[in-house]
Design a protein around this ligand. Structure first.
Ligand code: HEC
Ligand code: HEC
Length: 207
């Protein structure tokens, strides 16, 4: 009894040590849109950052600054950040717990999005679309080192990202993996898969 009590106290202290990492000075500003807990603002379509891979967040801030990901709001917020500030911010948001929202949008009634997510379509053909979850992790919960969580992100945000790749407004350098996939998706597949992932409960990978 006594030992487990001591262990529990040690575990609690260790947990506090992680959770209390001082927020970077910019966080107050970011919170206006991404939330104080980093869980975004679904109604406004602002994405959650909490728990996302460090490398992914750093790369996005770099891309907004250098114009390979174009967004009017974020280019100004990222424009003033240097490499060490990007790293500190990425580590801060990565360390925030992924909190389940009070409510999630209902999952779509058809299985178009679910099929894309879990199985992909057209295996063995020239237009094979791989299962989203093969990179984005089971349930779309994300996967280290740089595959972002899609679960619980606002549907309109996810949709806008897939359209941004199609239009060339998002031009990441990860072997252009997402560009190739987005180009193969039809408008109705984009809507369906965005609605599917928006309805999945967000949690950290493996939770
Ligand atoms: C006025 C609202 C607003 C503020 C303030 C803001 N953001 Fe954003 N942020 C957005 C929007 C909108 C997007 C989605 C942009 C897009 O569609 O490409 C975004 C996207 C991002 C992304 C990419 C998320 C992903 O999943 O790819 C990161 C990282 C990010 N913001 C970090 C920050 C940081 C760090 C700050 C503070 C320095 C900040 N944001 C301040 C609105 C805001
Ligand atoms: C081969 C691996 C791979 C597969 C399969 C894959 N993705 Fe991605 N996805 C990525 C990578 C890598 C990124 C990060 C891209 C970047 O750095 O901008 C990403 C990012 C995204 C984003 C942006 C998330 C955000 O927070 O802004 C969306 C949306 C997305 N993928 C949707 C999908 C959908 C839908 C599918 C299935 C139809 C899919 N992905 C399949 C690798 C993959």
């Amino acid at each position: 009894m006594r030992n487990s009590g001591v262990l529990a106290v040690v575990a609690i202290l260790a947990g506090i040590g992680v959770a209390q990492a001082a927020p970077p000075p910019q966080a107050a500003q970011c919170a206006g849109c991404h939330g104080h807990n980093g869980m975004g603002n679904p109604a406004a379509g602002f994405p959650a950052l909490a728990g996302q891979p460090v490398k992914y967040l750093e790369q996005q801030l770099y891309a907004f600054k250098h114009g390979t990901r174009r967004n009017g709001m974020m280019s100004s917020f990222a424009g003033g950040l240097n490499a060490s500030e990007r790293k500190a911010i990425a580590e801060y948001y990565h360390g925030l717990p992924v909190v389940a929202p009070a409510s999630l949008p209902a999952a779509p009634k058809d299985n178009v999005g679910e099929t894309l997510a879990i199985h992909g379509v057209g295996a063995g053909t020239d237009h094979a679309i791989p299962a989203c979850d093969s990179c984005h992790g089971a349930g779309g919960r994300g996967m280290e080192p740089e595959f972002p969580r899609l679960a619980g992100q606002p549907a309109n945000y996810l949709e806008a990202q897939l359209l941004a790749w199609q239009k060339g407004a998002r031009n990441e350098s990860n072997l252009h993996l997402m560009q190739k996939i987005a180009d193969m998706l039809s408008p109705s597949q984009i809507k369906a898969v965005a609605a599917y992932f928006a309805a999945q409960p967000p949690a950290a990978p493996g939770q």
